[in-house]
Design a protein around this ligand. Sequence first.
Ligand SMILES: [Zn+2]
Ligand SMILES: [Zn+2]
Length: 193
Amino acid sequence: MLISILRIGKVSLEVLERIKENLKDAFPDTECSVIPQEAPLPRESLDKHRMQHRSDMILSLVHELAEKMRNVHRVLGVVDVDIFVPGMNFVFGQAECPGKTAVISLWRLRPEFYGAPENMNILVERGTKEAVHELGHTMGLEHCSNPFCVMYFSNSIFETDRKKSLFCWKCYVKVQKFLFALGERLGKGCLQG
Ligand SMILES: [Zn+2]
Ligand SMILES: [Zn+2]
């Protein structure tokens, strides 16, 4: 499987390079790359009253761009602004379930958002968990009731910190099934030339 990471607006490349490396631990036989060009944040996604961006609109943009990327299986959009969906105060990320695209925000993963000192390692660890979680959704995985599984729905940073960046065995079986089916499809594609 090939996962591409797309920056939307200004996002630290250093953080993304480290998240990219960590994704390989969660998904076997997967290649990841960071797309060099950044896409601009869609202007219409900003809610001026809330000073937050609509994640569903950002996800639509990623979807549109991903359609043009033929050889890529998943596209993970990353923003460094606060995002929300109507009906919720904020979200850490959003994904098509199943689908090709997902989006995460680093904004509320920063320790300094909670009044703690800046810490790159914590930011990368949290970013990895949210990235694996949303990519899990794109493979059709739903939320898991195991609070240590990466597919557990975290409503707060405490819950993000408690869970691991890996799938529990039940979820991991689903990931493996997905990857096996994808490999089968790709294999057949090759035979057909
Ligand atoms: Zn979720
Ligand atoms: Zn699980």
